[in-house]
Design a protein around this ligand. Structure first.
Ligand code: DUC
Ligand code: ZN
Ligand code: ZN
Length: 478
């Protein structure tokens, strides 16, 4: 098998950093060695097939994005990245594993939904992938099927307290699903927003002629995120189910999570780059010649962007430092402006919800290191190590140590990345939610199971490089 040595770099893990060389045999890391180590008296660099010079650069475990939606059916259309385009874009940005959401739609059987997701992804991915399972209809049949998910390597399921008539589960359904979660160890993932209340608020705004994208955020009030988060926590408390709240955007929801964790409950939360950097006011201020105030549709996602006057973004960075929020995923759910977002030109409720970021998560969070929000180690932890531990991939993913998959990124802190359409954007979208963002760093080289798939601004991988990874139960529980 081919051997590779990554030499001269600073290996950064969740627990520290050191100058070290990384030796790879085939697809696996076999050594993290003192620089200049020898093999039977010979320089190691002279004995391997390939040497990657990482002098002056960081060598980190590849990113694990635990929340993506390739080809998600939503609002009468589909998320615009396929597994092929979305995973390739992820690779460009230093993410080497995604966990996407297989969907059981209303009226469908859970295992049919899972099979459909395998069919979409198999043979198409640039990087390794795993699945969570969306349970779109909690009933006796799906509750039974959920018990078989761990054998399929799917150790988590997502419920929605939002989207009545689509993915919504009521409290009785959530209770029953959480009882299965407590029994089996499956992680309950929750979209925590009070959908019935939000839908009334949205209808009232539309009746008053408030149809612009900005009002999407007004309708999805933070009180209804806080309330739903609290309700999910109490149902988790009652049943003993481990709970992971997705795409947390309101500081009040973070406070609920912190409270539950301080009570010793297995409760976790993720946030996303959009809730760290963007605000409702950015959306309100957005206007262009082409779209007018509908420009704001670019940032319509749920949970929504929050007002900068309420301090959510500042609180979210802080929560990442204090571990009240454990990790950052993207909720990558891209839609084009033309032909997709514009379905809601006259009514913000018809704008497909989602932002595409799978390519930019590692860079955007690294910028948090540059600005002093996070340490280097915490950057690695929240983007790679914790997602791997949270979702049963640790040891294989999320770490640079012997025995782990050789999923590695060589990151240049002296490089630069300009984000935007036609610059570093490889997602299947006709705009970028991150247009104009400048990053003081650069993804130089990406290895996926030992194969160099990105190097020096060139894509060297191929469709089908990525394999399905079966996950175990969470390794993060207290
Ligand atoms: N939120 C989004 O923004 N898009 C898809 C589903 C979701 O919950
Ligand atoms: Zn959601
Ligand atoms: Zn999502």
């Amino acid at each position: 098998m081919a051997t590779t040595l990554i030499t001269g770099g600073t290996v950064v893990t969740a627990t520290g950093r050191s100058l070290a060389d990384v030796l790879i045999d085939g697809e696996t890391i076999v050594g993290v060695l003192a620089p200049g180590s020898q093999l039977l008296g010979t320089d190691l660099a002279a004995s391997v097939d390939t040497v990657i010079d990482a002098t002056g650069k960081y060598v980190i475990p590849g990113g694990v994005d635990a929340h993506t939606h390739m080809e998600l059916p939503f609002g009468g259309t589909f998320a615009s990245d396929t597994f092929e385009t979305g995973t390739r874009a992820a690779a460009w940005g230093g993410t080497t594993t995604i966990i996407d959401f297989a969907v059981q739609t209303y009226g469908e059987r859970v295992m049919d939904g899972l099979a459909a997701w395998h069919a979409k992804a198999a043979g198409n991915c640039a990087i390794d992938y795993a699945f969570h399972q969306i349970i779109g209809e909690v009933n006796d049949d799906s509750l039974q099927a959920m018990r078989a998910l761990p054998e399929e390597g799917v150790s988590s399921f997502k419920l929605f307290m939002a989207y009545p008539g689509v993915f919504y589960s009521d409290d009785a359904q959530i209770l029953k699903a959480m009882q299965v979660s407590a029994d089996t160890g499956l992680m309950t993932m929750m979209h925590a927003e009070n959908g019935p209340v939000i839908d009334v608020l949205a209808a009232q705004l539309i009746e008053k002629g408030k149809t612009d994208p900005y009002f999407h955020g007004v309708a999805r009030a933070w009180q209804m995120e806080e309330e739903a988060t609290h309700r999910a926590i109490m149902l988790g408390n009652l049943t003993g189910a481990p709970l992971y709240v997705v795409h947390v955007s309101a500081k009040q929801a973070v406070e609920q999570l912190a409270w539950a964790r301080d009570n010793g409950q297995n409760v976790f939360g993720e946030t996303c780059p959009q809730y760290l950097y963007l605000s409702l006011e950015d959306q309100l201020g957005a206007s262009s010649e082409e779209w007018g105030t509908f420009e704001g549709a670019k940032w319509v996602c749920s949970t929504p962007l929050r007002s900068k006057h309420e301090g959510h973004q500042h609180h979210m960075w802080q929560a990442l430092r204090t571990n009240d929020i454990q990790m950052v995923s993207t909720d990558h759910c891209p839609f084009c402006m033309k032909g997709q977002k514009d379905l809601g030109l006259d009514d913000f409720r018809k704008i497909p919800n989602g932002i595409g970021s799978v390519e930019h998560r590692m860079d955007l969070l690294y910028q948090g290191v540059v600005t002093g929000q996070l340490t280097l180690e915490r950057w690695v932890e929240v983007t790679s190590t914790t997602p791997a531990r949270m979702f049963g991939l640790y040891g294989k993913k999320g770490v640079i140590q012997p025995g782990a998959d050789a999923d590695i990124v060589v990151y240049d802190p002296n490089g630069h990345t300009s984000i935007g359409v036609g610059k570093t954007h490889h997602m299947n979208m006709d705009y970028s939610a991150w247009e104009g963002y400048e990053i003081d760093g650069h993804v130089d080289t990406v290895l996926s199971r030992g194969k160099v798939i990105v190097d020096d601004n060139q894509y060297l991988g191929a469709k089908g490089d990525g394999q399905f990874v079966k996950r175990g139960l969470s390794q993060y529980l207290i």
